[in-house]
Design a protein around this ligand. Structure first.
Ligand code: NAD
Length: 241
């Protein structure tokens, strides 16, 4: 079965809850060993326990993806323990909500650093292996901006994630490394249940073609597809869900 990921080594950042947790389960069920990376170690450990129940091999690791030294540490540690990295899901993200004119430099830097720093720390090992699948989590907000908005830093950083996908993708494909990203619409995760986002989400929801918020399970097949050999001819793609 060409959608199987047996013997593959994966990591998922922000794997402790929401979309990342769903990606961890999907990759694990498809046969991959998964490093679950989160700034909140206890969340990653809880997900590792869930996998253990199903006999899936995983490890929980604490890291702040906005810090280059943290990302280097986890990449080195995965390679030391499991020998390689085949699938890298750069999924961690944060969402702060200010009107554009109120966006602080601190909010800007924090959002950009989580979204964009350290996304390619795995590329050297993948290029030296001659194989790898990088799957970034962008957002539909990288493409369209539903009104009303209060997400200047977030939307702009997610547009950056798309360019961080489209630029190196074609550059690396003849060396075996593919880069793609997934752009979900509004997904029912803890991220959207903040006081600031709730009223916005309510307004945006009226325009969802499917008539409901996405569930994390709506995204799972996509990550397996992009991680598996069936999508080997594709790179630089932004898959909107
Ligand atoms: P979430 O807030 O439910 O989960 C995010 C996880 O990332 C948490 O476990 C958190 O602890 C972890 N995290 C936060 N900062 C981190 C850091 N610096 N280093 C490591 N881990 C960190 O969010 P989610 O809804 O699952 O979102 C996952 C990704 O999907 C994000 O990139 C988000 O921008 C994107 N996204 C979400 C939606 C949505 O509607 N939920 C829509 C489009 C895109």
């Amino acid at each position: 079965d060409r959608l199987r990921l047996d013997c593959k080594v994966a990591y998922v950042t922000g794997g402790g809850q929401g979309i990342g947790r769903a990606f961890v389960h999907a990759l694990g069920e498809a046969g991959a060993k998964v490093a679950i990376i989160d700034i909140a170690l206890e969340k990653a450990q809880a997900v590792a326990k869930e996998l253990e129940v199903n006999g899936i091999k995983s490890v929980a690791m604490a890291a702040d993806v906005s810090k280059a030294e943290d990302v280097k540490r986890i990449v080195d540690s995965i390679v030391a323990n499991w020998g390689r990295i085949d699938i890298a899901c750069n999924n961690a993200g944060i969402n702060m909500n200010s009107a554009s004119e109120d966006t602080t430099l601190e909010e800007w830097d924090k959002t950009f650093n989580v979204s964009l720093r350290g996304l390619f720390m795995c590329c050297r090992i993948m290029l030296s292996q001659g194989y790898g699948k990088i799957i970034n989590t962008a957002s539909m907000a990288s493409l369209i901006v539903p009104h009303p908005q209060k997400q200047l830093a977030y939307n702009t950083s997610k547009a950056g994630v798309v360019k961080l996908t489209q630029t190196p993708g074609p550059e690396w494909i003849d060396r075996g490394v593919r880069v793609s990203c997934i752009s979900p619409g509004i997904v029912d995760t803890p991220l959207i249940h903040t006081d600031a986002l709730k009223p916005l989400v309510q307004r945006w929801s009226n325009n969802i073609p499917a008539g409901r918020l996405a569930r994390v399970t709506d995204l799972q097949a996509a990550v397996v597809y992009l991680a598996s050999e069936v999508s080997d001819y594709m790179t630089g793609h932004n898959l909107v869900i």
